[in-house]
Every structure is written in C-alpha cells, then in structure tokens.
Design a protein around this ligand. Sequence first.
Ligand code: ZN
Length: 178
Amino acid sequence: MRQFDTNLLFKALSFAANKHRHQVRKGSEPIPYINHPIALADLLARTGNVSDPEIIAAALLHDTVEDTCTTAEELEAEFGPVISQLVAELTDDKLPKEERKRLQFEHASSLSPRARIVKIADKICNLRDIVEDPPAGWLLERKQQYFDWAKSVVDKIRGTNVELENAFDEAFANRPKN
Ligand code: ZN
C-alpha cells in the first residue's frame, strides 16, 4: 500500500476514534464503540480482499455522522468528496428506528458498489456481535428480527463481493433459535 494510503487510513482511524471516544456498545461489559469500525475495516481487508483505501476509510468513518456530532461538511473538508459521499450513503436519516430500518431496506438497491461493500461488512459485524455478545436487554425475538432484516437488506445488494456475501451467510447461519 502506498504511503499516501497509509496516511489516509490512520487519519481516518484517528478521526473516528476521537469522535466516538465517549461511546460504548453495551454487551456483557461496555465495549469501546471504535472496536466496531475497526472490525469492519479488518473484515474488508482480510476477508473481502478489499484494497481500495477509500472503501476502508469510509468503513472506519461510517458511523461518525450518524452517531456523533460530525457533519458531512466536516468529513468533506478532512477527507474530500469521495469519502464523505460514501459515508453519506451509509448514514441513516435521524428518524425513529423502525422508520430507519424500513428506509435502509428501501434504499439498499440504489447504493453504489463501494457503499454496498461497506454495508455488507457492517451487517456481518452486527450479526457476529449479536451472537457473541448480544446488546443488553435484547430478547430472542428482537435478535431474530434483526437477523431477518439484515438479510433482507443484504439480499438486495448481492453480486458485489462474493467473499463478504459468503461471510454474511455464515454469520446468518448462527441466527439465534432459543
Ligand atoms: Zn456500523
């Protein structure tokens, strides 16, 4: 990887770590939120064989606008229009949760190929988290509903990265049953 790309990736990682610094995911113990974007980047590189640094940078940044005070303008100033546009594709509007989920499903097929790759990785990581260390208070039905919704989204964007789609199917095979 070129020096330029390495600089971009560490800049994105450092930016995201700073923005998410007060956030945790609540499983059996609080987990720093930044572990999630890092897991996406790792999955993209090592399972998806993704070497496009803009995709990996967008994965590191994918929740900054949705979940922190970061603005699209700030991302564009720091990382340029390509990465900020990719993150924008991956950002849900600030609406009630069920409405967001419905819109993600509805908009999935209009995602660009690069955004699709990050979206699939996001869903894989979320399914794995639910199996390995479920969010506090999630009962069986909620877990199953999340799995089914994630699959409905991924099914609309297949044909993008076969390794990641296989990894999704493997994660989905662990859909909680009891
Ligand atoms: Zn995410």
